[in-house]
Design a binder for this molecule. Structure first.
Ligand SMILES: Cc1cc2nc3c(=O)[nH]c(=O)nc-3n(C[C@H](O)[C@H](O)[C@H](O)COP(=O)(O)O)c2cc1C
Ligand SMILES: Cc1ncc(COP(=O)(O)O)c(CN)c1O
Length: 392
């Protein structure tokens, strides 16, 4: 809060205070709605009523969605990535309700908005007491939960850097360029959630991967199953792209794609490839290197037919990585394939799985001041794994 006696909005370097300030503004708008309920029967949609309706419309059409965005896209995910133990349990209990509240409040707003639009345009329509009260009560309970459960936790858990990142994200949402002369080069997070030691890791790297993968899923890492696949062309020039891992076991790490795509053509010439997972929310990276083989036609069938039919058709309709004139042309190709194949398309030979058979797997855990933990497993000629610590 500023030291001034005048009530000004807090700075974005205090993002939790900004969110509280938004709540206070919401409370004012809800009061305006109540005032309108009292005013309209006597005065109709006079100038005062029009102004009041406009103010409420402006707030809930523009500021409120940004406030919900702050919470849904930044505050909650950051908290979920940071909270442990009882805090994590509390979040698991309250966050789904908060998200559901947002949807409900949006729906309630749509109902009120059509009434307020008319009033703002000078049309003397009644404002429904029930609609106003449902909307107000939904907000009141919701804001109380956030102010008593979420805000104090964020203040307690977030580091200065996290507060700064939250404030910056909120400013970007509002189209404000951060005023602090923060340059790109200054953007950095310090890591410190966990550590990784030789004793922590399991003897088998696949089991260790499984442990970390489950932990990433539990931490609700966004698309934890997305991984980069790097391949090289005939001249040794590298390319990379994201794919979704669909299976892993002692044999290796599997994804599905088009064998005629750029990666497919490159793997046909040079089967060496590298996979990369970056799980920012848990400050972890996993690097996997090895040689790639195709999955058996039976395995590819099994996965292909498990996909939604529309995705099967899309695979049939796409010459992956080949140029095409327009989106319209793509849609035409899809329709033609859908007509020809019907509800039970057949997996084409050019679509299937690749399995990377690992020779090297590295687990990276971010630590303070860039002094990270890295443990690498290297497969030995006899099939056993040699484990080593690498310098950060
Ligand atoms: C999150 C994400 C997941 C993706 N998953 C796959 C996938 O599983 N298989 C696939 O063929 N392409 C997937 N893609 C598209 C690829 O990144 C890429 O555009 C496509 O495979 C063509 O790559 P290529 O030209 O290097 O062969 C995914 C893209 C993203 C962003
Ligand atoms: C072209 C393509 N093929 C396959 C996949 C794998 O996804 P799924 O099989 O789960 O649809 C993706 C995922 N984005 C994709 O973009």
């Amino acid at each position: 809060m500023s030291n001034s006696l005048i009530d000004t909005a807090p700075d974005f370097n205090q993002p939790i205070a900004v969110l509280k300030h938004c709540h206070d503004r919401i409370r004012k708008q809800l009061q305006t709605l109540q005032n309108l309920l009292g005013h309209l029967p006597q005065h109709g949609a006079d100038t005062a009523a029009q102004k009041a309706a406009e103010a409420v419309l402006k707030y809930f059409d523009t500021a409120a969605p940004m406030h919900h965005g702050d919470e849904e896209q930044d505050l909650m995910p950051m908290l979920q990535a940071t909270a442990r133990g009882a805090d994590a349990a509390l979040l698991a209990a309250v966050v789904p309700g908060i998200l559901a509240d947002h949807e409900r409040m949006d729906a309630e707003w749509t109902i009120l908005k059509s009434q307020l639009d008319k009033i703002a345009n000078g049309v003397s329509t009644p404002l429904s007491v029930d609609d106003v009260n449902r909307f107000s009560e939904a907000y009141a309970a919701h804001m109380l939960t956030e102010e008593t459960q979420i805000a104090p936790m964020a203040k307690r858990l977030f580091t200065d850097e996290q507060m700064e990142l939250l404030g910056q994200a909120m400013q970007r949402r509002r189209g404000i360029v951060p005023t602090s002369a923060q340059t790109l080069a200054d953007l950095r997070l310090d890591y410190g959630l966990a550590s990784l030691s030789e004793e922590d890791v399991l003897a088998n790297p696949i089991a260790q991967f499984s442990k970390w993968f489950d932990e990433a899923l539990n931490a609700q890492v966004a698309e934890a199953n997305a991984m980069s696949v790097a391949t090289v062309d005939a001249e040794g020039k590298p390319t990379s792209r994201i794919v979704l891992i669909k299976q892993y076991d002692e044999r290796g790490f599997t994804w599905y794609t088009n064998y005629d795509s750029q990666k497919g053509q490159q793997l046909a010439v040079n089967p060496n490839a590298a996979l990369l997972f970056f799980w920012s929310e848990v400050e972890r990276q996993v690097r996997i290197e090895g040689r790639v083989e195709k999955t058996s036609p039976e395995e590819s069938d099994k996965y292909f037919y498990s996909r939604p039919v529309k995705s099967q058709l899309a695979a049939l309709a796409s010459k992956q990585s080949a140029p095409i004139g327009s989106r319209a042309q793509m849609e035409e190709n899809y329709e033609a394939v859908a007509q020809a194949q019907g509800e039970q398309p057949k997996r084409p030979d050019y679509w299937g799985g690749y399995r990377l058979v690992p020779e090297r797997i590295e687990f990276w855990q971010g630590r303070r001041s860039r002094f990270h933990d890295r443990i690498v497993y290297v497969r030995q000629p006899d099939g056993t794994w040699l484990k080593q610590r690498l310098q950060p």
